[in-house]
Design a protein around this ligand. Structure first.
Ligand SMILES: *[C@@H]1O[C@H](CO)[C@@H](O)[C@H](O)[C@H]1NC(C)=O
Ligand SMILES: *[C@@H]1O[C@H](CO)[C@@H](O)[C@H](O)[C@H]1NC(C)=O
Ligand SMILES: *[C@@H]1O[C@H](CO)[C@@H](O)[C@H](O)[C@H]1NC(C)=O
Ligand SMILES: *[C@@H]1O[C@H](CO)[C@@H](O)[C@H](O)[C@H]1NC(C)=O
Length: 556
């Protein structure tokens, strides 16, 4: 083992953002395309390629400019700079002993000696996307209320916290729950604030023996928050698990339930009727299916399943809603408005195509298909490139830009959450979306390696044996949104045992809430809508009580 003191020295070094030349899609595009685990990987890759060209041109331009003005810095200084914690590549595999830089962002401006540390787990995205929660969201709110420190910790493999040289099946073998849990534990146990940030405190003042650490996570990271509190109670004094998916499940058609239940009724009725007819038309002999696809701008797309997958894309916008329109997307309602706009239908042979399908097609053509970059002279293959899944070779690139592989790998190995159509009842997605089809990517993208093979089906037991729907602990809070499509996988699912809220085991369901609605905040908190002010006030009140308990127990 490398000695700890030499590791900790490193932690005060800033990660230099200028050194990073990795091209990434802007977070909105990235999130949108990877929403709910059914990525349009081909489109994602085409857009990445375009972005790369743009980046290269921009870099060329800026170096030319800098040559003329040598003192002008080419990168804007961000308010928050990431720091580097030397993390072990593996906590369990003795054949690899190195460390990598796990990034974190910290703010100590509210801190007074004896105050707690709030650690926000970045989960399955770049930690940078979570920095707003430090500036004006949950970390800032709780730190201000308790004189605490806020930290965003990037998850291994995401953003720039990458311990490997590729995202091949073998190199992804350290991306799992056990390693990620141990990362957080090791971080909490060994964290020393960079002297430039906090110089006065003694060297072990922030050790969990002396300071209350409170873990926060939303969604996947919410499950981690619950697991951390239960499995490392000596390190994690309290935890808030927001939209915490503590129940993993291979087959997850229930994702669509809350959308059907809570989205505008007229929109859902129209969609259900349209989907039924679309499935009927797809079952007819050619040229009817091709004609139908043509209405969506997808005439050249070969697979009926791929077609069904592309047209289900807008449903992901339900999850992307947020009470703050600047953070979330209202696109779901634009989709509904287009779908239900009425108008004239059309006719193919003896079959009447209603206006809803024409409108649906127009929406997909203009908002999804139009984003597929077309090269001169070969439009057909471009559509298949963007949206087809029949060719395995499309999914085998393993360089570090293929970040779509990360969450999919976690899905394929441990979490499941494939979202096929339900086998009975009204549907808002096509019945061509089967479990077989929605899990096909696992076999296409991750051929067996030398050190690791993806199991035939995800080992969801690895998650569920950590507590599942029943997980509970003192000073572990569950916050959910009533109409979150992920609520069926949380301890506040309709299938989970009912809970009674208390200060030590708080549970709260945000009315008209979707996915981790408590995580973000406004600069001026008094401007937040009442239901968000309420949940923040609730969190402040139980956290203050938990911190008081800490001081009482430590005799201070
Ligand atoms: C920390 O937060 C405070 C208050 O929100 C802000 O003024 C300050 O700039 C932040 N500190 C850093 C290092 O970004
Ligand atoms: C890693 O460390 C362990 C324990 O010190 C040692 O047994 C092993 O040989 C080391 N592995 C490598 C690849 O250096
Ligand atoms: C911190 O909390 C106090 C008391 O609620 C509030 O008046 C103040 O505006 C907050 N500060 C920030 C920077 O949010
Ligand atoms: C923390 O407390 C435990 C239990 O009292 C003790 O064994 C350990 O040495 C302490 N660690 C530090 C760094 O103070």
């Amino acid at each position: 083992m490398v000695s700890l003191s030499s590791l900790l020295l490193l932690s005060s070094l800033l990660v230099n953002p200028v050194l990073s030349t990795k091209t990434t899609l802007d977070p909105d595009t990235h999130r949108e395309l990877l929403l709910n685990g059914r990525p349009q990987i081909g489109l994602w890759k085409s857009l990445l390629k375009e972005q790369k060209l743009k980046d290269e041109q921009a870099l060329l331009l800026s170096t030319e400019k800098n040559a003329q003005q040598p003192f002008l810095s080419s990168t804007k200084k961000e308010l928050f700079e990431p720091h580097c914690f030397p993390q072990r590549i593996s906590h369990f595999d003795d054949t690899v002993n190195g460390t990598f830089c796990q990034r974190y962002w910290i703010n100590t401006s509210f801190y007074r000696e004896g105050g707690p540390v709030f650690l926000l787990d970045g989960g399955e995205t770049s930690g940078k996307d979570r920095v707003p929660f430090l500036e004006k969201g949950i970390l800032q709110i709780l730190s201000n209320a308790t004189n605490g420190i806020g930290i965003v910790l990037e998850h291994r493999y995401y953003g720039e916290s990458v311990p490997v040289k590729s995202f091949s099946t073998d190199d992804l073998r350290f991306l799992n729950n056990k390693e990620a849990l141990e990362d957080s534990a090791y971080f909490i146990e060994n964290f020393k604030p960079p002297p430039s940030i906090l110089s006065s405190s003694s060297s072990d003042a922030l050790h969990p023996n002396n300071t209350a650490w409170v873990y926060y996570g939303g969604s996947y990271a919410g499950a981690r928050a619950a697991h951390m509190r239960k499995e490392y109670p000596h390190l994690v004094w309290g935890a808030i698990a927001s939209s915490a998916v503590t129940h993993a499940q291979i087959n997850f058609p229930q994702y669509y339930g809350p959308i059907q239940q809570y989205a505008p009724e007229g929109c859902i009725d129209t969609l259900q009727t349209a989907i039924e007819l679309i499935d009927h038309l797809l079952d007819q002999p050619e040229p009817i299916p091709r004609y139908l696809k043509g209405l969506f701008g997808l005439e050249e797309l070969v697979g009926n399943e791929d077609f069904a997958d592309v047209i289900s894309g807008p449903l992901g916008y339900w999850q992307a809603k947020n009470w703050d329109p600047k953070v979330g997307s209202n696109e779901f309602y634009n989709f509904c408005n287009t779908l239900t706009a009425g108008g004239a239908g059309s006719k193919v042979g003896l079959i009447r195509i209603p206006a809803s399908i024409i409108n649906y097609g127009k929406y997909i053509k203009e908002n999804v298909v139009a984003r597929c970059p077309r090269s001169e002279g070969k439009p057909a293959s471009d559509i298949e490139d963007c949206f087809g899944t029949s060719v395995d070779s499309k999914f085998v690139e393993t360089d570090l830009e293929q970040t779509w592989r990360l969450w999919i790998f976690q899905v394929c190995t441990q979490w499941g959450y494939f979202m096929p159509a339900p086998l009975e009842g009204p549907r808002i997605i096509s019945n061509k979306l089967t479990l077989e089809y929605t899990s096909k990517i696992c076999r296409q993208a991750f051929p067996p390696g030398k050190h690791f093979s993806v199991p035939e089906w995800p080992d969801v037991e690895e998650v569920n044996r950590r507590g599942d729907y029943e997980i509970e602990y003192d000073r572990l809070a569950f916050i959910d949104g009533d109409r979150d499509p992920w609520r069926p996988m949380t301890p506040q699912s309709d299938w989970a045992p009912r809970r009674k809220s208390s200060v030590n085991r708080p549970v709260h369901l945000i009315f008209d809430g979707v996915h981790h609605y408590d995580e973000n905040g406004l600069e001026d908190h008094t401007e937040e809508p009442p239901r968000i002010k309420d949940v923040h006030a609730l969190e402040v009140s139980f956290i203050q009580e938990w911190i008081a308990q800490f001081h009482e127990q430590k005799g201070r």
